[in-house]
Write a protein that binds this ligand. Structure first.
Ligand code: ARG
Length: 261
């Protein structure tokens, strides 16, 4: 009888240890975590913040913005925790392809070229390129950029658009660098996405925005996943659909755009 109890106790102990290990294993391999890649240089969609709504995987950095709120809500709907991997914009699609991130949310315009390497969700925001100039500039439309010094961010759709218009330009790593060039009189115009432009104009005296809908087409932002990851894509699409229907996305946009003004 005693022996029987001992054997039972040993079996029970092993089972307990096995359960604990299984539970740990689940967390360690990230079953409950979804890793969003972004490039946190794009307010009001994403920027590094001291007290943001979402953290890096190691918990040392935090991020805020419209995309970060959306990423959190998607994770929540999936019963997961969202973490952010902040990497260079140009590296995001490769990071998806090699599994370094699960999804990319970065104010990223859905383009035919990008669709060749990744799959995009349904659109969640419509933007357009605009020109940031100094107040009093003689640039009133896109064609006035002829012969001017143009700054764009490397790899952004703004670069493609300026290239397609046939103008020479200088490409910088960050939007803030372009804006500093403009403020310091080293360039005449910055071409970048509308909401981000508004943000820079609000933060820097003496700048203004010039729109030209005949030169700049509407662009739609989507969340990207690795090609063929339909399971995740379907979950993301469902979450975006819900948030478009119930007004979560428009309310978030209003919140972050108003904060910037
Ligand atoms: N919408 C532009 C593009 O897709 C710019 C996006 C920049 N986003 C960022 N998180 N830095 O190229």
């Amino acid at each position: 009888m005693k022996k029987y109890v001992k054997v039972l106790a040993v079996i029970f102990a092993f089972a307990l240890v096995a359960c604990v290990f299984a539970a740990c294993g689940e967390k360690a391999d990230g079953d409950n975590v979804i890793v969003f890649g972004t490039n946190a240089e794009f307010p009001p969609f994403e920027s590094v913040a001291s007290d943001g709504v979402i953290k890096s995987a190691d918990g040392t950095q935090s991020f805020d913005g419209i995309d970060m709120v959306i990423a959190n809500k998607i994770a929540e709907k999936m019963g997961k925790t969202a973490v952010v991997n902040n990497i260079e914009f140009d590296s995001l699609l490769v990071a998806l392809q090699n599994g370094q991130i699960d999804a990319c949310i970065a104010g990223m315009t859905i383009t035919e070229e990008r669709k060749e390497s990744v799959d995009f969700s349904i659109p969640y925001y419509t933007a357009t390129q605009v020109m940031i100039v100094k107040e009093g500039s003689d640039i009133k439309s896109a064609k006035d950029m002829a012969g001017k010094k143009i700054a764009v961010v490397q790899g952004y759709t703004g670069e493609t658009v300026v290239k397609d218009l046939g103008y020479e330009y200088e490409a910088f790593k960050k939007g803030t660098e372009c804006v500093m060039e403009l403020v310091n009189g080293k360039c005449d115009v910055v071409v970048i996405d509308s909401a981000t432009a508004e943000n820079y104009v609000a933060d820097n005296q003496g700048l203004t925005i010039v729109e030209d809908s005949s030169a700049f087409e509407a662009e739609e932002y989507g969340i990207a996943v690795a090609k063929g990851n339909t399971e995740l894509l379907n979950q993301i699409n469902e979450a975006i659909g819900d948030m478009l229907d119930d007004g979560t996305i428009s309310a978030t946009v209003v919140k972050y755009v108003d904060e910037a003004e």
